[in-house]
Write a protein that binds this ligand. Structure first.
Ligand code: ASP
Length: 438
């Protein structure tokens, strides 16, 4: 492993000249920070635009044969202002003109959207006085548009090995014919993670506008504690329940290369942030939890049938009905004569009645009950495994706070206890679990 740190800066970290200056200080304060991945300029305040959204809008205007001059002007002004205030000599107007022409000629949405990162990368490289490496040269996709890990690895090591410091724009790469291809939205996180893996970095720093993950949603729990250390697996569990700071797919390349990811705050660089580590590393956390996350808007379909346990194929029939309707389920707690499936409302659309009809027909249950307005809460932590008394703490605290638990599910890894409750108890339940442990 090399003594290299790959750093990625999100949109809010590069939203204006002042933010660029903070970024420069961060980079120059540690010479190991050699490869720098920027996002496009994000929002400067809550009512502001994200440059990427504006580029997509330009493309949509061209598709509808409407002039995109007005939208492009806002983009131009943002970049020109940054260049002016940083006082650098970069012909940003020339680049903008070329890009505008290409968009007008019907450039693809991927090309159009990727220009946000491209231009920000040019500015940052110039401001730092380091090399600019176009992501189209090193982040490679195959001809079907799938990320090509092998070719990328080769291109990155060939290109970056000899470069002391470089800026490589996030979010996009190129297909074999040279056409630009982007990752999904927020994909600069993925670019950073790939580069970290392929230069065998010691650390991947992901700089954003929060000091890492918090143990619970601050809109629900007042002043929740930050999470200093979390494993990839724990993060997956929490992210799936709604805690997002990092793009979901960004975990995998870093994890493959055993590279820790440090979520840091550009506006408070001295804060430790959260460090995401390998599943088998980290301090012993016996008896503690790492975080709590949850989501509302679930429906439970509960079926009951005498001697269900002896009826071969019952579960398969039930699940194949969901499959036939293209519905995925979250959990499936069951008892000896009961089986329930917990489904996100967004999955159900208008399919519920048809699914119920089909269950009655194919499974012939004694009763079938629909419980709407459910919420799921996941209490997650590697310290929960083989630690006695964790569930007792959760359930006692919920009972004390008058929360009725309708469903319980503990994974065999013992790293996660999921409970299903009424949506109206959601906030109270999260606060009571938090207070029981913190
Ligand atoms: N700028 C892109 C987006 O807004 C990618 C990123 O910020 O990571 O989705």
């Amino acid at each position: 492993m090399n003594n290299i740190v790959v750093v990625k800066f999100g949109g809010s970290s590069l939203a204006n000249a002042e933010q660029f200056r903070k970024v420069k200080n961060i980079i120059l304060s540690d010479e190991r920070r050699r490869y720098i991945v920027p996002s496009a300029p994000g929002k400067r305040h809550s009512k502001d635009y994200k440059i990427t959204d504006l580029f997509y809008l330009c493309h949509a205007h061209v598709q509808q044969h409407i002039s995109f001059d007005g939208v492009f002007e806002i983009i131009e002004e943002r970049y020109k202002e940054i260049v002016r205030e940083l006082d650098i000599s970069l012909d940003i107007g020339g680049y903008l003109k070329e890009i505008k022409n290409k968009i007008a000629e019907g450039a693809t949405p991927d090309y159009t959207a990727s220009r946000g990162e491209y231009l920000n990368g040019l500015i940052l490289a110039n401001f730092l006085n380091v090399d600019f490496v176009d992501a189209a040269e090193v982040i490679l996709f195959d001809k079907y548009g799938y990320f090509d890990s092998e070719s990328t690895k080769k291109a990155i090591s060939e290109k970056l090995n000899s470069i002391e410091r470089a800026v490589i724009p996030g979010f996009y790469g190129a297909m074999p014919d040279g056409n630009i291809k982007t990752f999904s939205r927020g994909g600069s996180d993925i670019t950073g993670s790939i580069i970290a893996r392929d230069v065998e970095a010691k650390l991947y720093e992901n700089w954003t506008d929060v000091s890492g993950f918090l143990m619970a949603d601050p809109r629900i729990v007042e002043n929740p504690k930050p999470i200093e250390e979390i494993t990839y697996k724990e993060l997956r569990e929490l992210a799936y329940m709604g805690a997002t700071v990092l793009h979901e797919e960004a975990i995998f390349p870093a994890r493959e290369g055993c590279i820790p990811i440090n979520i840091k705050n550009t506006n408070a660089p001295e804060d430790k942030g959260t460090i995401i580590i390998n599943d088998d590393e980290g301090k012993n956390q016996m008896g503690t939890i790492t975080g709590i996350a949850g989501r509302k808007d679930f429906t439970v379909i509960a079926v009951e049938k005498a001697f269900m346990n002896a009826e071969i194929g019952f579960g398969r029939r039930l699940l194949s009905i969901l499959e036939a309707y293209g519905v995925s389920f979250e959990n499936m707690p069951s008892g000896i004569d009961t089986m329930s499936v917990v489904i996100a409302d967004s999955q159900l659309d208008n399919k519920l009645d048809k699914i119920l009809e089909e269950i009655k027909r194919q499974c012939n249950p004694d009763t079938i009950q629909v419980i709407p307005n459910m919420a799921l809460i996941a209490t997650v932590g590697r310290g929960m495994a083989r630690s006695i008394g964790i569930s007792e703490k959760i359930f006692t605290s919920l009972a004390r706070n008058n929360v009725n638990i309708r469903m319980i599910d503990q994974g065999s890894s013992e790293m996660n206890i999921i409970i299903g409750i009424e949506a109206s108890d959601f906030e109270r339940a999260i606060n009571s679990i938090y207070n029981a442990f913190v």
